[in-house]
Ligand binder design. Structure first.
Ligand code: ADP
Length: 195
């Protein structure tokens, strides 16, 4: 049972790596961004509310996001462990996650920090905009998302660092290379996904 978080700026490649690592460990990759986008596509109440923030590059309010994650982590598949992608992103979300885990008598094993510099992520996000047409991948909104990340999320890396949980990995390289580096970083902490 492995409980992981992956954190890094928009465009660092979190989603792609999260799926690969989660597969390897046999745990669900839980992406709050994907869950919000699914709700937007299905026009649920949550989706309609979330869309306003997402399209502006702002974070969805903590109370909505926290309730969503609490409920998702309560599903049976998450009892075997999980990899959270895109959560927590604020200090309030860190507190909520601590509470959810404490309520279940468990704790995080590691926080993967995917590093990538601004220029690279901006180019990647603009490329993705052309390919996938995500409504929050326009240049203005990308700039806002990077600012929001710097202001609200980057500091969480220090907080988790103080707990000795950070596995820092360079996000520049091929998908396979970065994936291998993450697996090596986790293995160095005794996390191999094998039982
Ligand atoms: P990226 O990391 O590339 O910005 P995500 O798919 O992780 O993409 O997130 C897309 C959007 O979904 C965010 O800009 C935000 O509006 C919303 N979102 C995702 N996760 C959270 C979260 N933990 N708290 C608040 N909003 C979130």
């Amino acid at each position: 049972m492995t409980r992981l978080v992956i954190i890094g700026p928009p465009g660092a490649g979190k989603g792609t790596q999260a799926r690969g690592i989660a597969d390897r460990f046999g745990i669900p990759a839980i992406s709050t961004g994907d869950i919000f986008r699914e709700n937007v596509a299905n026009k649920t109440d949550l989706g309609l509310e979330a869309k306003r923030y997402m399209d502006a590059g702002q974070y969805v309010p903590d109370d909505l996001t926290n309730a969503l994650v609490r409920s998702r982590l309560g599903e049976p598949d998450a009892s075997r462990g999980f990899l959270l992608d895109g959560y927590p992103r604020t200090t309030d979300q860190v507190r909520e996650l601590d509470e959810i885990l404490a309520d279940n008598g468990v704790s995080l094993d590691a926080v993967i920090e995917l590093e990538a510099d601004q220029e690279v992520v901006i180019q990647r996000l603009l490329g993705r905009a052309a390919e996938q047409g995500r409504s929050d991948d326009t240049e203005d909104v990308i700039r806002t998302r990077l600012q929001v990340y710097a202001k609200q999320t980057a500091g969480l890396i220090d907080a988790y660092g103080e707990r000795g949980l950070i596995v820092a990995v360079n996000g520049i390289g091929s998908v396979a290379e970065v994936g291998e580096n993450i697996l090596a970083g986790l293995a160095a902490r005794g996390l191999t996904g094998e039982v």
